[in-house]
Design a binder for this molecule. Structure first.
Ligand code: MN
Length: 298
């Protein structure tokens, strides 16, 4: 491993866990008790909780593994069973302006998405067949919590981060319950891996970009967050105990827009990674909530 390379952890294929070095995957499942098809799939949560102890064994196992090309495995979402998938609403001033929003993260706090909306870099975004609605991409930095805590001080909050991932917060625009509009299966792509915090360094100035079909749609820096990363962790923990593997979607900048079947969405976050997902039209998902004509303007 080259000094300064992020330690990149993936889940892949049948739930195996691996380390990515360059374009190669080193399977470390045996060293961390993964890959046995356990349900619920919480092997990554345990790895995160015990990482300080396990890291030498993980790196040794990676050294000894026979690597396979990253392109030959199917990437799964890294933490499929978080205790909480938290998300902050409008958290960049430019996105607040475009949405004419007054509900900033600093006056709203966090909301939840169903964890079953998580998918990985090897999956597709499947659009539900709701009629007359726009389904938007939101480009966000994903934060993976590393250790349990309640009422965490801002000064201590970054110590509670295990790592980072690219995250898209997909949403059906409309006035209905936000949790429902954002919780469809495949509406929270996370990946392609977790880049560990100690290797990413300061998260307060990470450039992030999102393209649809190679057209740049979102381009922002985490320095422009309204509620910063440490403050989001501290704020959430005033209400809720945070657990290893909890995920935070940190909010989107300006440039959100609709996706259509056949699109390819690419997200890239500096020092974290990049992933591209295809967009498919699904045949299910419509219901009487979304069936009311005219209810869905923005
Ligand atoms: Mn969002």
């Amino acid at each position: 491993m080259n000094p300064g390379d992020p330690l990149k952890l993936i889940r892949f294929d049948s739930g195996r866990i691996g380390v990515v070095r360059g374009d190669q995957v080193h399977d470390v499942s045996d060293a961390v008790g993964a890959g046995q098809g356990a349900w619920p799939p919480v092997e990554m949560n345990r790895l995160i909780r015990d990482f300080a102890v396990l890291r030498p064994a993980i790196e040794r196992a990676a050294d000894q593994a026979r690597p396979v090309p990253l392109s030959s495995v199917r990437l799964l979402t890294p933490v499929p069973w978080p205790n909480k998938l938290m998300a902050y609403p409008v958290n960049y001033h430019d996105h607040a302006t475009e949405m004419a929003s007054v509900g900033f993260a600093n006056v709203q706090g966090y909301f939840l998405k169903a964890a079953s909306s998580l998918c990985g870099a090897g999956d597709s975004i499947v659009l539900p067949n709701v009629k007359g609605r726009e389904i938007h991409h939101e480009c966000e930095l994903g934060v993976v919590i590393g250790k349990e805590g309640r009422n965490i001080a801002v000064a201590d909050a970054l110590d509670h981060i295990f790592g980072y991932a690219c995250l898209m917060d997909m949403t059906i625009r409309g006035k209905e319950e936000r949790v429902f509009r954002k919780s469809y299966d495949s509406f929270t792509p996370v990946g392609p891996w977790i880049a560990t915090a100690d290797e990413v360094g300061d998260p307060r100035a990470l450039q992030m970009k999102l393209w649809v079909n190679d057209v740049l749609r979102q381009d922002a820096n985490t320095r422009d967050l309204i509620v910063g990363i440490a403050e989001m962790i501290a704020l959430a923990s005033t209400a809720s105990t945070l657990y290893p593997g909890d995920l935070i979607a940190t909010g989107t900048p300006a440039g959100v827009g609709p996706l259509a079947a056949g699109d390819r969405v690419r997200i890239e976050i500096e020092r974290v990674g990049t992933m591209t997902l295809p967009v498919e039209q699904g045949s299910i998902g419509n219901n009487f909530v979304f069936d009311r004509p005219g209810a869905g303007a923005k």
